[in-house]
Design a protein around this ligand. Structure first.
Ligand code: NAP
Length: 417
């Protein structure tokens, strides 16, 4: 089994990463992205530069360098994900990306998944929090303040799939029949769902550590272990074991405390389908979620809808052990809107906020969040957030960025980091 960093080493590694960004002119690689990437990336970059300039005056500046992936990479280099892109992310440690197209059912493998797997960015971090003024499909969106840790490297996303009725499926079927007596329909496509102890523990460790660092009250392990016992069920078991072996001074499982954790973080587990209805009925019960890849994919979009949609849902892909991270919006390329300067750059901007916090540039991050709160409350929003709300004028992507910049108010002088 591969060696993971234990809790104390992980805390030290995170500290080292923060120190490495305590510099005034970091180089940050970016991928513009396919589809609406050409609209939302320029809008987001303008907001990032303005926030840094207003916060730190001339003392700090991001040196952006473009790296290629997706259609733009293919048109320029005939490769969807050139090695140079991965090498550059590796070299500079932290980067940001717009959305990339993935064809359904055929063609190239997901470039997004490839970036996460190649750089071993094992956590997909998705904070889900409501902004006042946004119309939502649920009644109490202000009760949603959940940080979701989704495992990013395995599960059915590992890409171990064979096409139905192919020779390979026949070969595998014969083997399974001979060795295990398993009889799988001959015209089935077959996918393998690996869930390892190594990947589960490092994901759950990161979630528990986040809960400790951010004074959160509870962590839920979300799984489907009642059905998939040796994958999802094992994820649950390894999580509880980890609480006992590394976090017993700060966290306790429901089973061990009878629901009364005292000052400690309460760790419980929830079956994925029940979780999806509980986040609608009582989202205030959940602070931090640790979950497997597919569950996390569904749950994060469902939660995003609860607070007003994927137009304002950020994300980050992070390896806390070596410090590498690539931040990206939750949504895709929305091709029908590409080039129209129409869609909401909010998710990408908030992904940049996550990146600034990761780098320890908290004042710039706060400035953007405060101006976004004010701008949305004033009704200055893009088409998606104008739905169900009366606004004077629907803003374009670039106008929304300009409105955010106008609403950035700093205290005098250089703010603290
Ligand atoms: P999508 O691109 O996320 O778009 C679905 C819908 O979400 C859009 O039609 C739009 O809704 C809304 N939307 C998305 N981004 C928005 C924004 N910035 N502002 C406002 N509304 C926004 O999902 P998809 O159509 O299923 O996927 C398209 C492509 O993106 C696929 O190739 C997929 O693989 C890829 N994808 C990439 C990533 C990534 O790069 N991380 C993630 C997901 C999907 P309305 O039509 O209601 O306005």
């Amino acid at each position: 089994m591969a060696e993971n960093l234990k809790r104390t080493d992980l805390i030290n590694a995170i500290e080292e990463t923060r120190k490495s960004f305590d510099t005034d002119n970091p180089t940050v690689p970016f991928i513009e992205g396919d589809g609406i990437g050409i609209d939302i990336w320029p809008a987001a970059k303008k907001v990032f530069d303005a926030a840094v300039e207003k916060t730190y005056k001339n003392d700090r500046k991001i040196n952006w360098i473009e790296v290629l992936a997706g259609q733009k990479a293919y048109d320029t280099t005939s490769e969807w994900l050139p090695d140079k892109t991965l090498e550059t992310f590796n070299e500079y440690g932290v980067g940001i990306k717009g959305p990339l197209t993935t064809p359904v059912g055929e063609g190239i493998r997901s470039i997004n998944v490839a970036i996460r797997q190649e750089l071993d960015l094992y956590v997909c971090l998705r904070p889900i929090k409501y902004f006042k003024g946004i119309q939502t499909p649920t009644k109490n969106p202000q009760d949603v303040d959940i940080t979701l840790f989704r495992e990013n490297t395995e599960d059915v996303y590992a890409g171990k799939e064979l096409e139905n009725s192919s020779e390979d499926v026949e070969k595998l079927n014969n083997f399974l029949k001979q060795e295990f007596g398993w009889d799988i329909r001959i015209d089935s496509g077959i996918g393998i769902k690996p869930i390892s102890q190594t990947a589960s523990e490092r994901l759950i460790r990161a979630a528990l550590n986040y809960a400790v660092e951010n004074d959160k009250k509870n962590v839920a392990l979300v799984h489907k272990g009642n059905i998939m016992k040796f994958t999802e069920g094992a994820f649950r078991k390894w999580g509880y074991d980890l609480v006992k072996s590394e976090f017993s001074d700060v966290a306790v499982s429901w089973e061990d405390c009878g629901g009364d954790p005292g000052d400690k973080i309460l760790v419980q587990d929830v079956i994925a389908d029940a979780f999806l209805q509980q986040i609608l009925i009582k989202p205030q019960m959940f602070d931090v979620i640790a979950t497997t890849n597919l569950n996390g994919d569904y749950a994060s979009d469902a939660l995003a809808a609860q607070i007003g949609g994927i137009g304002i849902s950020p994300g980050g892909n992070i390896n806390y052990e070596n410090g590498k991270a690539v931040f990206e919006a939750t949504h895709g390329t929305a091709p029908k809107y590409a080039g129209q300067d129409k869609t909401n750059p909010g998710s990408l901007i908030l992904s940049g906020v996550m990146m600034f916090r990761y780098m320890g540039w908290n004042s710039a991050a706060d400035l953007i969040v405060n101006s976004m709160e004010k701008t949305i409350l004033e009704g200055k929003v893009t088409y998606d957030l104008a739905r169900g709300r009366s606004v004077k004028k629907i803003l374009s992507s670039s106008e929304f960025a300009n409105a955010l910049i106008s609403n950035m108010k700093t205290s005098k002088g250089r703010s603290s980091k």
